[in-house]
Design a protein around this ligand. Structure first.
Ligand SMILES: Nc1ncnc2c1ncn2[C@@H]1O[C@H](COP(=O)(O)OP(=O)(O)OP(=O)(O)O)[C@@H](O)[C@H]1O
Length: 225
């Protein structure tokens, strides 16, 4: 798996006077080895782009391609299997399971995806870099927003996906943590040849991005920084 691509992707919600064009014909590519940042104001289409890229929702028009193969023609169990094996989502609602400890959030991944998850030594390193080793016995209700965010990042990384798609992964973090998370994403992209796509308002992540795009009113353009 090397790249994930949008070709002429449009997404329109509603109809008539309620119609909203969230994405107005997007061409975009996320490549293995790179952290790609997509910046944009609220309502510019960032979450829509990310969820279409990962196959969580379908475009109204256009194609989603994985290494040139059409992802948006996969449906039902085949689409679920593809997402499970290749895509790691870090979503705004961290979606931690309320009655499971942090440790068990990761054990649950092993139950759902029985092969290909990270070896314990590598995962321990990531836990250390995310500063969450001490949180393993805790329940989600006892975590701060920033701690939940870092656990959600760790859970996505644990499944060792080819593509890591993150929606505002650092909103609740202080600047030092943002730097650490940014460095971890970049290390994983480079050393493990993963493609990391982050949609965010958080300009602090620019320091660890390889490509930066701006999304405004459903249109995307690369910015040179
Ligand atoms: N399921 C939906 N039904 C109707 N409109 C939607 C739906 N999802 C998104 N939209 C609209 O599409 C536009 C883009 O929304 P989106 O959530 O992708 O933006 P965003 O850049 O992620 O915003 P934010 O930074 O606030 O999360 C907005 O006008 C939003 O109201």
């Amino acid at each position: 798996m090397e790249n994930l691509e949008l070709k002429q992707v449009k997404k329109v919600f509603g109809s008539g006077s309620n119609q909203v064009t969230a994405l107005a014909g997007i061409n975009f590519q996320a490549k293995a080895g790179e952290v790609t940042l997509i910046l944009g104001p609220s309502g510019s289409g960032k979450s829509t782009l990310l969820t279409i890229l990962g196959g969580l929702q379908q475009p109204s028009a256009g194609e989603v391609l994985v290494n040139g193969q059409k992802l948006n023609e996969l449906t039902g169990p085949a689409a679920d299997q593809f997402r499970l094996n290749h895509i790691g989502f870090i979503l705004q609602a961290h979606n931690l399971v309320p009655h499971l400890t942090v440790q068990d959030q990761f054990t649950l991944v092993d139950k759902v995806k029985t092969a290909g998850n990270l070896p314990a030594a590598t995962f321990d390193q990531y836990l250390g870099q995310l500063g969450i080793q001490d949180l393993l016995p805790k329940f989600p209700q006892d975590l701060s927003g920033g701690q939940s965010q870092r656990v959600a990042i760790a859970r996505a990384l644990y499944a060792n996906p080819d593509f890591i798609l993150a929606d505002e992964p650092t909103a609740a973090l202080d600047s030092q943590r943002v730097t650490e998370v940014g460095k971890l994403f970049q290390k994983i992209a480079q050393q493990e040849q993963k493609a990391v796509v982050i949609v965010t308002h958080d300009l602090r992540l620019k320091a660890n991005a390889d490509k930066i795009y701006q999304l405004i009113d459903g249109q995307i353009k690369e910015v040179s920084e």
